[in-house]
Write a protein of this length. Structure first.
Length: 269
């Protein structure tokens, strides 16, 4: 069994073949969590999860980039609008198939220096959603890009719970800081073509009970599908790479990451 802990089959990129993509994943013994990035994509993730008795789950949350700019991303459409976090609106989506709040966090990659409010708006939405997660006793899924210092500071002071650091591309000392806060670390297709060596070191050093596999589909397809649309079935390539780096049988790596996903998301198999 494999678990894609972070995918977006709820996005427009899969609109014409959603059921087929999910079936291909099931054929490869892959379970998945579809992650919300806005109210629309969160709602879509929840509706999708409810169609399946098991194997498909959802998160709800507002991606930091939506808090300060319109997002021109046809794969995410029609959720590409400027938004604020509305607790009542998101609370209405919660049910037993919603396993986390996310993806939430900070993204400074495209924050222009002439826009002093962008970071403030992201932080306000982030903290509001941390409160939301704690209120409903849900783990969180963190998006962090070029913002590790501020993310760690906010988590240390405003959050008492567990969660996932999604799509990690930093170094081992940074990963260790999130582990010290009780977080799991998710690695994806970037690891299969990373030339820096950082992710190999992270993968080798992560505790066996804190490592997770994800695709972030439709983005970041692993080798040998790099450059193409990603999908949950491809998580097998990521687990295969993990197994090679950690010198363990692939079936053991698959079982470990699967069990870790069940643990952090509190899913009964």
């Amino acid at each position: 069994m494999y678990f894609d802990t972070h995918t977006h089959v709820n996005f427009e990129a899969f609109a014409q073949e959603t059921e087929g993509v999910i079936q291909r994943a099931f054929d490869q013994e892959v379970w998945m969590t579809n992650v919300g990035t806005s109210f629309a994509t969160s709602k879509g993730a929840v509706e999708l999860a409810r169609k399946y008795e098991k194997g498909v789950y959802a998160t709800v949350g507002l991606h930091p980039i939506h808090t300060w700019q319109n997002v021109n991303d046809p794969e995410e459409s029609p959720a590409n609008t400027l938004q604020t976090f509305d607790e009542k609106e998101f609370a209405a989506l919660l049910n037993d198939k919603v396993v986390a709040v996310g993806e939430i966090g900070l993204d400074y990659f495209r924050v222009p220096p002439e826009d002093p409010d962008a970071r403030r708006l992201q932080k306000e939405a982030f903290i509001a959603q941390l409160d939301f997660a704690q209120k409903y006793n849900l783990p969180i899924v963190i998006h962090c890009r070029d913002a590790y210092e501020d993310t760690l500071e906010i988590l240390s002071s405003d959050y008492k719970g567990i969660g996932i650091l999604h799509s990690f591309t930093g170094d081992w000392p940074t990963a260790k800081k999130f582990l010290d806060l009780g977080f799991y670390v998710a690695l994806n297709g970037i690891m299969t073509f990373d030339k820096t060596g950082r992710l190999n070191e992270v993968c080798r050093n992560l505790p066996s009970d804190r490592i997770l596999s994800e695709t972030d589909a439709p983005y970041l397809a692993p080798a040998p599908h790099r450059g193409k649309r990603n999908e949950p079935a491809f998580v097998r390539y990521i687990v295969e790479q993990m197994a090679k780096i950690r010198w363990v049988p692939e079936e053991d790596m698959a079982r470990q990451t699967f069990d870790n996903a069940l643990s952090v998301y509190r899913i009964r198999q």
